[in-house]
Design a protein around this ligand. Structure first.
Ligand code: NOJ
Length: 562
């Protein structure tokens, strides 16, 4: 099979199905809702969709807890709906990247149900069951901490043993050291590729190999289950057995990954994954990292530059500012005031898109980002529905009630619920996500009265229309796909500027990341008379580029220079 590596010239749109569009009027997004929006996606210009999990699930973690890998979640529809959806995508030149969640299953998956039946059950070794510590054996087997807070072990009265769950207790970790588990995963991957999927986003893939003996580790055990001893062997095996036989792509979720490690996962000759999502620019590892909200621009630029240079000609980057686990980028990087001036919101959403999508790598836009959706205001603990937020409140209540105020503040900034409010299609009650007579599964942001797709389609100056122009410019552009990246003005705390260079041709990207007018001196050598063309800006009267330019608040410009 010749791999065309189509993902190098793709523009991916992430759909979180629960919040995208409700096709059957039950208040929950679903596959028929997605089918009804395929023309919208085609018109936007994207060429691939990453679909967050749509498999059977009891929804402890909105589908990231799977109870049947080969069927569709009841609320989302049927396998026939899925087939119609994928055909509709392919017919419009859109590829489909499924979410592969195989570090863990749901505790309601038949493998786990069997495994819980007793120590001799043939499925026992599909998971990690261990004896506890302490005299009564009721202390967890090691010091590993769940990503959602608290011990990563849950005690099972019936067998007197604990099982491992790096996420919620309804998400038991699969034991990849068991060859039968690896064969099951290969079978699932083959099933969806044969059905028409074009690739996978591999959920928390860096956790699948644990250090033998499951010893105590640092930082809640992190170094004992991240990039574990057999991870490259297991990924290479999956590649050889299945992935190599299809023209598909994989992108691994890899929180905490370094450039060096990313090269091991994505080096083409190593045949493991095609790309990874790194997290350095969004810092998600710990709830303690959430405050202060504003991440220094200089640091963030440094992170981008490190990744652009580090993977150039050796690996492949993924470009994103949002996903279903992250706050909205205008709220996070620009202004968390829900009443933010609308013109500034539009300008800055466009500037952020410019800043990220002219870098090298596969671009991902998260549903709603293309209209500049923002975070919501959480007034009360009960406004949070995400399992992670709920766990945090539970722990605070139990161990440190005085931290409740801090938790509310931290979660206002970091809560995953921010990104999961329903997609805003129009200004009507429920934003066109679900009929206005129906109660949506989660709150609609009040600002849908003016931030919505319908409004954006009618406004030539909208964030949506800017995205369409940007995507058109990006697709097929060899300088963006292959060009070298050079950062300009690395010391600036206000401006992010870089060039992309290929065969004597250049793209110059300049972004004013501040809400003030600035004068920028790019270089003494920059020839103002060079053959230059402004190809994209968020101000419609942006001028020529020279050694010095004046940039208005959040102004971004992209020039083609020959
Ligand atoms: C990462 C996913 O993005 C997140 O939403 C989920 O909760 C965890 N993995 C566990 O599957």
């Amino acid at each position: 099979m010749i791999k065309t590596r189509w993902y190098k010239d793709a523009f991916v749109y992430q759909i979180y199905p629960r919040s995208f569009c409700d096709g059957n009027g039950d208040g929950i997004g679903d596959l028929r809702g997605i089918i009804s929006k395929l023309d919208y996606l085609k018109d936007l210009g994207i060429t691939a969709v990453w679909l967050s999990p749509c498999y059977k699930s009891p929804n402890d973690d909105n589908g990231y807890d799977i109870s049947d890998y080969k069927d569709i979640m009841t609320e989302f529809g049927t396998l026939d709906d899925w087939k119609e959806m994928v055909e509709g995508m392919h017919g419009r030149g859109i590829r489909l990247i499924m979410d592969l969640v195989v570090n863990h299953t749901s505790d309601e998956h038949p493998w786990f149900v069997e495994s819980k039946k007793g120590k001799d059950n043939p499925y026992r070794d599909y998971y990690f069951w261990r004896k506890g510590r302490g005299k009564d054996g009721k202390k967890p087997p090691n010091n590993w901490v769940s990503r959602f807070g608290g011990s990563a072990w849950e005690y099972d009265e019936a067998s007197g043993e604990f099982y491992l769950h790096l996420f919620s207790k309804k998400q038991p970790d699969l034991n990849w050291d068991n060859p039968k588990v690896r064969a099951e995963v290969a079978d699932i991957v083959k099933f969806w590729l044969d059905a028409g999927a074009d690739g996978f986003r591999c959920d928390v893939i860096t956790y699948i190999s644990k250090v033998e003996g499951l010893p105590d580790g640092k930082l809640g055990g992190d170094n004992m289950f991240t990039h574990g001893p057999n991870i490259h062997k297991y990924l290479h095996e999956l590649y050889q057995n299945v992935l190599s036989k299809y023209d598909c792509m994989t992108v691994g979720e890899a929180a905490g990954v370094t450039v060096e490690q990313a090269l091991l996962y994505t080096g083409e000759e190593r045949e493991e994954l095609d790309t990874v999502f790194q997290f350095e620019h969004v810092e998600v590892n710990s709830i303690l990292q959430v405050l202060p909200r504003k991440v220094g621009l200089k640091r963030t630029k440094g992170v981008f530059t490190k990744w652009q240079k580090g993977l150039y000609n050796k690996g492949w980057n993924s470009l994103y500012l949002e996903n279903h686990d992250q706050p909205r980028c205008v709220s996070r990087y620009i202004n968390d005031n829900p009443g933010m001036d609308n013109e500034l919101r539009k300008k800055s959403a466009k500037m952020l898109a410019t800043l990220i999508y002219f870098q090298q790598g596969t671009p991902y836009v998260y549903q709603g980002q293309e209209i500049g959706m923002t975070d919501i205001m959480f007034k009360d603990e009960s406004d949070h529905v995400d399992v992670m937020a709920k766990n945090i409140f539970k722990l605070v209540k139990k161990y440190a009630p005085f931290l409740k105020g801090y938790a509310m503040k931290a979660l206002q900034i970091r809560s995953r619920d921010n990104a999961r409010t329903p997609m805003q299609w129009n200004a009507e009650k429920n934003a066109g996500f679900t009929p206005s007579s129906v109660e949506p599964w989660y709150r609609v942001n009040e600002n849908h009265s003016y931030i919505n797709v319908g409004e954006a389609q009618n406004d030539p100056d909208s964030v949506l229309n800017f995205f369409k122009r940007l995507i058109k410019i990006r697709l097929g552009n060899q300088i963006i796909i292959k060009g070298e990246y050079r950062e300009l003005l690395p010391e600036s705390r206000d401006v992010y500027a870089y060039e992309r260079v290929l065969d004597g041709k250049k793209l110059l990207v300049v972004c004013n990341c501040k809400n003030k007018t600035l004068s920028v001196k790019l270089s003494d050598k920059n020839d103002p008379n060079a053959n230059q063309k402004l190809i994209l800006s968020n101000y419609d009267d942006a001028g020529a580029c020279g050694c010095e330019m004046t940039l208005r608040p959040y102004e971004s410009r992209v020039y083609e220079i020959n």
